[in-house]
Design a binder for this molecule. Structure first.
Ligand SMILES: CC(C)[C@H](C(=O)O)[C@@H](O)C(=O)O
Ligand code: SF4
Length: 422
């Protein structure tokens, strides 16, 4: 461990110092208690195998382990059904928490359940576990072996990451969203521009919790280990989080890179195939014919995302020849959208509604793409073959742009929709 006299620390260094009980800086090793271990359905079988066969261990703190059946839910094949059955049995035997089919996408569910909190260490068997940085939790993805070791021992070790500082200034223009800011951030950093680093986002009191989740979620698309949004104003306290002083970065901390994003200068953005950092103004891509639009995922399947889509779709119709799939990120989002009429608006516009979960995001079921098809999705990855055939093309955008595209049947901005809704 470092012997240097204490110097100002980044947010990652602050959290890992506090949680390891030692003053650590980038490059040091930190051994920390893990507050929550999250296992998704697709990884559950290997996790259970590691626990039972390789480690011969039970979870040290069952209440700190959650299994979420979300990626292929309800089950699509007999082998998936079998794996999910084993996950349920394992949860019943060991007392770990289980969120079953329909509860929603792991990251959304953990957040709703208060299983990610400021200063916590949250490990997920899923790369988008960076999402928990929205509430100043050190959230990161790991493979089944590391996840099992953490569940068995209650601890993990981490090399303290270097940090990139991203500062957001100005205010978003109408029609421009946190998704556009996140895509711009990934464009600026590049797909591997923050490999194993912490992206520390300074936004003051801008961005709601949901918007912060969108930002932190995309961080892994620049290769980041963690994406930490510095708590600002009352945003998180409004949700009832206690924010300890020791999560805040210190002035004068060392960053490997600093970038500034002026939100007031940002246009709606779109990531074109087949890399997330291939980001353009939507206006440049406008007019391309689209077969499927997908609104959902851990990036943009929250109630505010469905509201943004409904605002565009209200009184309008999805273009003939285009499919619009809408999948709420969780049962809570579904219930809110049901209660406030959002689902009726979407249904009347011609949307196809799906069970809360990942849906077709990674091409396993419920809306995979045929060769040559084009999809506009609110998700976070547009790699070749991600949503089905390798010759399908995926464009990533905000829910408002996705909804406008569904109405036009072509890539479009909400302002392209002419005339009052019918
Ligand atoms: C299935 C899971 C391991 C995977 C991930 O790690 O992110 C998936 O959620 C994804 O988005 O590609
Ligand atoms: S919604 Fe997509 S990105 Fe998010 S966890 Fe599921 S498959 Fe991964």
């Amino acid at each position: 461990m470092t012997s240097q006299a204490s110097r100002p620390q980044t947010m990652a260094e602050k959290i890992l110092s506090r949680r390891s009980g030692q003053v650590v800086y980038a490059g040091d090793l930190a051994v920390v208690d893990v507050d929550q271990v999250m296992v998704v359905d697709s990884i559950a079988q290997s996790f259970i195998e590691r626990m039972q066969r390789d480690l011969g261990a039970l979870p040290k703190h069952p209440e700190r382990v959650s299994i979420v059946i979300d990626h292929v839910a309800p089950a699509s094949t007999v082998s998936v059904a079998q794996a999910q059955k084993e996950a349920r049995e394992y949860a019943a035997e060991t007392g770990v928490r289980l969120f079953d089919v329909g509860r929603g996408i792991c990251h959304q569910v953990l957040m709703e359940e208060g299983l990610a909190r400021p200063g916590w260490i949250v490990l997920g068997s899923d790369s988008h576990s960076t999402t928990y940085g929205a509430v100043a939790a050190f959230g990161t993805g790991m493979g089944a072996t590391d996840i099992a070791l953490a569940a068995a021992s209650g601890k993990t070790w981490l090399r303290v990451p270097e940090s990139v500082k991203v500062t957001f200034t100005g205010e978003l223009q109408p029609g421009v969203t946190a998704k556009d800011a996140a895509l711009e951030m990934i464009r600026r950093l590049g797909a591997d521009g923050a490999t194993y680093q912490s992206i520390e986002m300074h936004a003051g009191d801008r961005f709601t919790r949901g918007e912060r989740m969108t930002l932190a979620n995309l961080c892994v698309e620049a290769g980041a280990k963690v994406g930490l949004v510095v708590p600002g104003g009352e945003i998180l306290t409004e949700y009832g989080y206690d924010i300890p002083d020791w999560v805040y970065p210190e002035a004068g901390a060392a960053y490997v890179q600093e970038i500034h994003i002026d939100l007031s200068a940002l246009n709606p953005r779109m990531s074109a195939p087949s890399e997330v950092d291939n980001v353009h103004d939507v206006a440049e891509l406008r007019g391309l014919k689209v077969n499927q639009v997908f609104i959902g995922t851990c990036t943009n399947g929250r109630i505010e995302d469905l509201h943004a889509a409904a605002d565009v779709l209200r009184g309008r119709q999805v273009a003939p020849g285009t499919r619009l799939l809408v999948i709420p990120a969780s049962s809570q989002v579904l219930e809110e959208a049901l209660t406030d009429g959002t689902l009726l608006t979407l249904q009347r516009a011609g949307a196809v509604l799906g069970t809360p979960g990942c849906g077709p995001c990674m091409g396993r079921h419920q809306g995979v793409l045929a060769p040559g098809e084009v999809c506009v999705s609110t998700s976070n990855r547009n790699f070749i073959g991600r949503m089905g055939d390798k010759d399908a093309k995926i464009y990533l955008a905000s829910p408002a742009v996705a909804a406008a595209t569904a109405v036009m049947g072509r890539i479009a901005l909400p302002q392209d929709l002419t005339g009052a809704p019918a």
